[in-house]
Structure formats: C-alpha cells, structure tokens
Ligand binder design. Structure first.
Ligand code: NAI
Length: 246
C-alpha cells in the first residue's frame, strides 16, 4: 500500500486516465476524491472503487470555475481533514487549424487545461503548506513539448502546464511540496477516439513501441510521482510516450 492514509484529489477522475488513476490510487490505500464535471462518470468511478473495497468520494466540479474549485476543496477538507495529493488531470480538446480556430475554442481549452490547473493548485496548495507536505502532479502532453497540427489552443495550455509546474516546484519545494508533470504521448481514451484512423496509424508508426499508451501506463507514472519513492523528484516532466519524443 504505497498511498495508505493519503487523501488524493484526481480531477477528471470520471473517465480515461483519471478513472484508471483513481482506481489505482484506491488500490494503493488512498482515499480518493473523484473531482469530475460529468456526474454520471464520476459516480461510476466511485462505485467501481467501493465495490472493490476502496474508499472514494465523488465531488462535482468544473475546474475552470474558481468558485466551484473552492467549494470542492472545502468539501474535501470537511470530509477528510487533509489533502496529500492533487492530480490536475482534467482536460479537453477543441481542435482546429489556426485559420479556423475561434476565440471561443481558444478560451475554452485554456480555461479548462491551464486555468483549471492554476485554480486547483492555488486553492489546494495552502492546505498542503499548512501541513508541510504534499504532492502535486500536473498533466501536460507531448503536444505541449512539440506542438501539433490543429492544436494551437491545446499546445499552448499544455506548454503552460510545464511552465507552471517548474515555477511551483521552485515556490513550494522548500515548503515540503513537490510539483511534477506527466507528459503522455497518445493514450487509448475517449480523447484519442476522435482522431481519424489514418492519422492514428501514421502516429503509431512513429512510436518505437508501436502501440498507443494505456490509461494504466499514465496512472502508473502518477502513482510513482505521488508516492514517497519520488520524494526527491521535483519540477520534472516525466514523458510517458513509448519513445515517441526521441
Ligand atoms: P478523457 O476525456 O477520457 O477524460 C477527461 C475527463 O476530464 C473527463 O471525465 C471529463 O469529464 C473531465 N473534465 C473535462 N472538463 C472538465 C472540467 N471543466 N472540470 C472537471 N472535469 C472535467 O481524457 P483523457 O485522455 O483521460 O485525458 C486526461 C488528461 O490527459 C487530460 O489532461 C489530457 O489532456 C491528457 N492527455 C491525454 C492524452 C491522450 O492521448 N488521451 C495525451 C496527452 C495528454
């Protein structure tokens, strides 16, 4: 049990990578808060965890809304009294080439994927500082490192996530809190299901392991960074992409 007695918030814990991470963290002994916009998905994750003897709580949140984030964090503190781990995993895509990308698409993706990370961390970090410990893991993407056709908004947000990760690692490190990012490659979730088959095949040929990532591949990286095994890992971007970036 690598996370025994820990309280972990997983944003976007209702599906894909976040769901896998929530289940894994619960198996490792954490009390998991599934902080999710989609009520049905969030409840489903919690039920699955409870059925296997784990402890989990669903809280509906929109990470792009500071009030909603503050209500979520207050509820976690009321219920569990502490927050040890924050996984800023919630994310969306709204793809379009630059010439067709609307300001609404730009703002929506920035609001969820970058403002959401800021709101959650700004709200949760003071609770960790008070106790002198905590682990924050932000989800970036290979797209934030390399850019990608049709993803101006997403690339900007995910590159921003790397910037804030390194900044907070410096600001919070001496207060006992580590801040790291995971940058997944292409992972088999609903997010990638929208990528046309031909594009996907082209991508796979560039992955030395010749397969998409599984949600568990990314959840395992979250687990490492959230566990005491990563106590001296701070401000890093862990690339989990089957070698796609080399
Ligand atoms: P997903 O679409 O399966 O899950 C995302 C979850 O976030 C959903 O349950 C959704 O309801 C929730 N969510 C969306 N907006 C929200 C909001 N405003 N507030 C709270 N929850 C919200 O996607 P997936 O693939 O599991 O993605 C998880 C993270 O991994 C995202 O940050 C994504 O950008 C990142 N990522 C995914 C990759 C992939 O290939 N699937 C590659 C690189 C990064």
């Amino acid at each position: 049990m690598r996370l025994a007695e820990k309280v972990a918030i997983v944003t976007g814990g209702g599906s894909g990578i976040g769901k896998e991470a929530s289940k894994l963290f619960a198996r490792e002994g954490a009390k998991v808060v599934v902080a999710e916009f989609n009520e049905h998905a969030g409840q489903d994750t919690v039920q699955t965890i409870r059925e296997t003897g784990g402890e989990a709580l669903f809280i509906q949140v929109d990470v792009s809304d500071l009030d909603s984030v503050e209500r979520m964090a207050a509820q976690v503190i009321e219920q569990f009294g502490q927050i040890d781990i924050l996984i800023n995993n919630a994310g969306i895509t709204q793809d379009a080439m630059l010439s067709k990308m609307t300001p609404e698409q730009w703002h929506r993706v920035l609001n969820v994927n970058l403002n959401g990370v800021f709101y959650c961390t700004r709200t949760v970090a003071p609770h960790m500082v008070k106790r002198g410990s905590g682990k924050i893991i932000n989800t970036s993407s290979i797209v934030g490192v390399q850019g990608n056709m049709g993803q101006t908004n997403y690339a900007a947000a995910k590159a921003g996530v790397i910037g804030v990760t390194k900044t907070w690692a410096k600001e919070l490190g001496f207060k006992g809190i580590t801040v790291n990012a995971v940058a997944p490659g292409y992972v088999e979730t609903g997010m990638v299901a929208t990528v046309p088959e031909k594009v996907l095949q082209g991508m796979l040929e560039k992955v030395p392991l010749r397969r998409l990532g599984k949600p568990s591949d990314i959840a395992n990286a979250y687990l490492f960074l959230a566990s005491s095994e990563a106590d001296y890992v701070n401000g890093t971007v862990l690339e989990v992409n089957g070698g796609l970036s080399i």
